[in-house]
Structures are given as C-alpha cells and as structure tokens.
Design a protein around this ligand. Structure first.
Ligand code: NAG
Ligand code: NAG
Ligand code: NAG
Ligand code: CA
Length: 342
C-alpha cells in the first residue's frame, strides 16, 4: 500500500495534468478566434492605405503609392494597428509571429492572398478550414461541405479543438441531425438532406402540417370522427372544472378559470350581468347585480340613538355621533353587513 504523502503527491500530479489539459483545450479555441480577428483586422487596416497616404492622381503619385503599399514600413504600420492595445492575446500572437507576417508580406501574398488560411490554418495551425475540426482538421460529422447536414453546429468547427459531433438546431435530432424531434415531421428526407417542420398546434406527433395529419393529439385536444384533432371544450361539461366563485373560459387546447365579478355569487361569465345570484349587499335589477342602499330599507339598518347609516358599495356603515356634534363621525364606526339581502 502507498504511503499517504505519496498518494497526495500522485493526486496533485493528476489534478495538475487535468488542469493543463483543460486550459490547453480552451486556449486552442481562443487562439483560433484571436488569429481570425488579427487576419480580419489586418485586411481592414490594409484597406485604409490610400486614406492615410493622402491620395493623389498623378502617375508619379500612383507609383509612389504602390511602392509604399508593399513596403516594410507599411507592414509595420498595419501590424501596429491590428490589435487593440488592451488585447493581450492579440499583441502576443502578432509579436510571436512577426517573421511569418514578413514572409507572407514579401514572398507569399501573391500566391496565397488569403491571409487567414495561410497564417492561421497552414502556418501556425491554430485554426482549421471550415467544416473541419481538431488537431488534424478532420471533417465534421455529415462532411465538411455541409457539417451536420446543414441542420446543426459541429463541435470545434474551424478550430484545432473539439470532437466534431453535432448539436442540432431546434426541431432536429440524432447523430447526423436528420431526424425530427417529437412535434416535428420530415417534410423532406433522403440520406443527406432533411427538413423538419413543426406539427399543427393540436398534434403531439404527426406526419404532415394539418390537424388531420396528427398521429396523436396533444392533451386538451381530441380526435373527431374524421380523425382530426379538435379542441376539447372543458367548459361545456356537466361539472365545469372551476371553483364556485369562478367562471370557465374555453381556449384552444386548454381553458382557464376567471374570478367572478364582486357583485356575483357564482357566475356564467365576466361582469355583474352574468351572475348566477347576487352577493350580499347587491340586488338583482333587471338581470344586473347592483349595489343596494341598506339605509333606505323599511327596517332601519342602524337602530338606536345617535347612529347614522351610510350606504357603501356592497355594504353600509353605522356612524356614531355625540348629540353635541351631530352628524360628525366619531371614532366608533362599525362595518355592517346587510341583514336584508336581495
Ligand atoms: C480588431 O479591430 C477592432 C476594431 O478596430 C477592435 O475592436 C478589436 O479589438 C481588434 N481585435 C483585436 C484582437 O484586438
Ligand atoms: C436529397 O435531397 C436534396 C434536396 O432535395 C437533393 O438536392 C439531393 O440530390 C438528394 N440526394 C439524393 C441522394 O437523392
Ligand atoms: C347605494 O345606493 C344605491 C341605490 O340607491 C346606489 O345605486 C349606490 O350607488 C349607492 N352606493 C354608494 C357607495 O353610494
Ligand atoms: Ca379547450
């Protein structure tokens, strides 16, 4: 058996190796994106030549310009402007590979005008051509022409990193992104091309775009005699699925329960004109539950001396007053509930 210290040392070594492995992989992807930015910026900066030069139209000026455009001075000028001063990775990469830029500038740029390909892919090998991945730039699943058959992204595409697997776009699945997920159907399909289209709202699975082509209906939908999926009207049943102080509202594929209006005691729909009965403090006036005035009932709502009735929405209040300050409310207010509903 190993002694504890050597086990710890081994564990540390393993963790260190794993750590290196991880940061190394992340660096590969980042290096490629830095390199791409450098070569993109290189081309952009290079285009500004005429502007900086001040321009000129005489043959002499043209000749001088073209000489300047291919000069060492011009190369240095471009390289100085390719990186943002804050981008450490960019400045480091340019500095590290200055010689390559010089080689390309003086000897390769005519034969290999694509700086990205020459520099990032072929010379310093931090990127791969489109549609390929990994240390050896192998083709992505589905081929480098149309990785993932055009229906997904290839892991590591265009970099020296990754494993080439596909992560499929929404609607697609399978190793090659040719299959459709549930709720989608193959509108077109052969060994290399696949188009997945979303089923009708009512279908869980389907073979075509309409509600007559559902294999199964989604919950909230049911098949009619012709086999088409239609909305279930949950509200039309014998016992609607809502509480007593709610009404049921049918929707496509579902339903909802809405609170009744305050004047209602149960209801068929929104508003005081759809009540089943009127709540306490309201009375039916030609099919509408309206606030009633409890203070005008034959039997006084606030019996006793020094008390005054005040009509309120859905209720009333008894206000006490001392005889001296008649009709001005005191601290003693109590909320009354109507004793004479309807
Ligand atoms: C490339 O140029 C753009 C715009 O000038 C700049 O924002 C970007 O940081 C540059 N890229 C790098 C890697 O510095
Ligand atoms: C597959 O379908 C695509 C698009 O419809 C077509 O261009 C291609 O030739 C077809 N391939 C085969 C092998 O049939
Ligand atoms: C109480 O009385 C009824 C009947 O006259 C009126 O319609 C209501 O508007 C009134 N309610 C309030 C708060 O004044
Ligand atoms: Ca419904």
């Amino acid at each position: 058996m190993q002694s504890l210290p050597s086990a710890v040392a081994l564990l540390t070594a393993v963790m260190f190796a794993l750590h290196i492995g991880c940061t190394e992989a992340a660096k590969l992807k980042d290096s490629c994106s830095t390199c791409r930015q450098i070569t993109d910026n290189f081309s952009k900066v290079r285009l500004t030549a005429k502007k900086n030069f001040g321009g000129g139209n005489t043959a002499w000026e043209e000749r001088k310009l073209s000489k300047y455009e291919t000069s060492e001075i011009r190369l240095v000028e471009i390289l100085e402007n390719v990186c943002d001063s804050s981008s450490f990775e960019c400045n480091q990469m340019v500095e590290e590979h200055e010689e390559q830029f010089e080689t390309w500038w003086f000897k390769r740029k005519t034969k290999h005008p694509d700086l990205f390909k020459w520099f990032c892919v072929d010379s310093i090998k931090v990127c791969c051509p489109k549609g390929t991945f990994g240390p050896d730039c192998n083709a992505c699943l589905g081929g480098s022409e149309r990785p993932c058959h055009g229906n997904g992204a290839c892991d590591g595409d265009g970099t020296r990193d990754g494993h080439g697997q596909c992560s499929c776009n929404h609607g697609y699945e399978g190793e090659f992104c040719l299959d459709c997920i549930a709720g989608f159907y193959n509108e077109e399909r052969n060994d290399t091309h696949s188009v997945c289209t979303e089923c009708h709202d009512s279908c869980k699975t389907c073979t075509g775009s309409t509600n007559r082509e559902c294999s199964d209906c989604k919950p909230g939908w049911e098949k009619d005699q012709e086999g088409a999926c239609n909305d279930v009207d949950e509200c039309s049943g014998e016992s609607p699925p809502c509480k007593e102080d709610q009404y049921c509202l049918n929707t496509e594929g579902s339903y909802s329960c809405k609170a009744c209006d305050k004047p209602c005691l149960g209801c068929r729909g929104a508003g005081p004109d759809h009540c089943l009965a009127c709540a306490d403090g309201y009375r039916d006036e030609e099919g509408v539950c309206a606030d009633m005035n409890e203070c005008e009932l034959a039997e006084p709502a606030c019996p006793g001396e020094h008390r005054e009735c005040v009509n309120m929405t859905g209720s009333f209040r008894c206000i006490c007053y001392s005889p001296a300050q008649k009709r001005s409310p005191s601290k003693h207010q109590n909320l009354g509930s109507p004793r004479f509903p309807e």
